[in-house]
Design a protein around this ligand. Sequence first.
Ligand code: ADP
Ligand code: MG
Length: 683
Amino acid sequence: MANPTELFGENVFSARVMREHLCEKTVKSLEATIKTGKSLDAGIADEVAEAMKEWAISRGATHFTHWFQPLTGSTAEKHDSFIVPDGQGSVICKFSGAELIQGEPDASSFPSGGLRATFEARGYTGWDPGSPAFIKDDTLCIPTVFCGYHGEALDKKTPLLRSMKALSLQAERLARLFNVPCIQPACSTLGAEQEYFLIDEQMYNARLDLRQTGRTLFGSKPSKHQQMEDHYFGAIKTRVLNFMEELDAELWRLGIPSKTRHNEVAPGQFEMAPIFESLNLAVDHNMLAMEVLRKTAERHGFVCLLHEKPYAGVNGSGKHNNWSLTGPDGKNWLSPGDNPHENAKFMTMICALMKAVDTHADILRATVATAGNDHRLGANEAPPAIISIFLGEQLSDIIEQIEKGGAKSSKVGGSIHLGVDTLPSLPRGNTDRNRTSPFAFTGNKFEFRAVGSNQSCAGSNVAINTIVAEALDEICTKLEAEVKAGGNFNESLQKLLAGLIKKHKRILFNGDNYTDAWAKEAEKRGLPNIKKTPESLKAFNTEKAKKLFAKYGVLSEKELHSRFEIYNETYEKIIGIEAGVTLTMAKTMIIPAVVTAQKELADAIKSISAAGGTVAGAKASLKTICAETEKMYKAVALLEKAQGSEKLIAAMVKVRASADLLETMVPNDIWPMPTYAEMLFMM
Ligand code: ADP
Ligand code: MG
């Protein structure tokens, strides 16, 4: 078995490797760049590049690439070898500081959402020293941002870094108000739990829908699927365990702190959870982890499905986005403190999150709006499309007391005086749980559970950082004014938080998010419940969103609009492809198989009848199959004519309904693809 301490970070140009390969002065300069996010001292770039190259070659690398995250939602890389002719018929290996710092990939084929005219198709990649270089596929990968000629963000990393900075600035303001020492930049943190399915490679190859769309477009639910809940946390099968062992080893080699592995709820479904890291690095690591999942699965005769809903009627996959903020004092600001003063700051953070999420629930919802995730959100397996916050009983109770106490500005029946009273000790970790909440406080972090399994975590965290930055900004502005006017800090804070709670407490919900009663209640409270992607994405096109992202320098109006365009277009494309594959499979696979079955049955009826046997049952069965087939032909005709995602989806549902029924009526050996029972259980 692999020894984690030996493997970990083996393929990473980490701080340790850096110190081994660079002189002390360079290390200091580079470390300062990494820590403070200040721009790189150009004078050291060559030395760093040379060291990286030497190290990479010693580990078998032949190429380098700028590794970036375009708006397609996946990662991009174009490999260049290190070789340079030496003029004597041989080559030497070179890698310059300039090549490390900036690249110029031909960007014309990446989506820009109108940000870039084709005549200026150039895009630039720029080194992000905050995320260490690593080796994968014999290639030195340098994490980079990806921008247009005028600095327009064409990727997911740029706004993420901007949003981290915006939040960091506001956190420092709050730190000053609370007299908290600022010893480092504040930094948001992320632990991204990743769900996925495994399927046997042969089954996968026999399914055109899986190969082309990532999900099954047909398939009737087997009698047994997840009802017994016997898969969740169950003993892991040997073949899967072998895969998981190699997966962990590969992740560790890349410095990805994979921590937890287990079976998930659905058969064939699993989860990997890493230890949390600084947000930027954690997002990069999650993108890498998805790639490693896919590749490792291949080596074990599996295919890893990251689609949010590979199988209808069976739980889908998501990502649990565990978010927190490490303050400038190096402490977790979502951890309840040890004294009244720290707790006042903690409660300020909780109230800021309430304000942020309530004000911008529509934006958070939009960040998880994808064709795949539409099958999942609100399907009683993942949170509903209604965004609300779970705080748990004790914290909710404290919130109520602050609201009361603030209103009267004196201690009434058991209410809390911020900064003076000690809070009752709050549950940490696993105690108070609500698995149905989309945005749950889990002791020392918030868990946003609506992110899709296939999505980059960047988008949601750009939103979380920015809306929290805005909330903290407003809170700090008010407090600073009161303090300046000679007000009592604790009293001002108490009043301010009480006001925020009053205004935003409608966002709190501790009950079962899967019930109809909650949908009704949420409607009464005026909380948005947006079910489909096109409608959700409109949240990126409002004045409120434009102002928000522009004000904190995260996305200009144009940049925001480009996302709106691209995500809408992507959605329409996916639905179009699914409709096309549905048609192909219906016409060239399913209907022909059903017709064969009909003929076999008709022939059988004839011969049985001629031989004097009874055929009443067989005839009735033939009639039912024929009737359903006619229905399917009609549905196919409807789908062929349908235009626009809404009509396409409606027609696809009809085609599938008939096909899934027919699957249960015709002989299994005639059915032209593996069934759900085979795909989910044979591995
Ligand atoms: P649970 O989900 O049961 O609360 P964990 O403690 O394992 O259990 O947390 C789940 C995920 O949250 C892990 O990826 C973990 O690293 C991450 N996490 C823990 N603390 C933080 C934090 N301060 N910031 C971000 N993520 C965190
Ligand atoms: Mg969790």
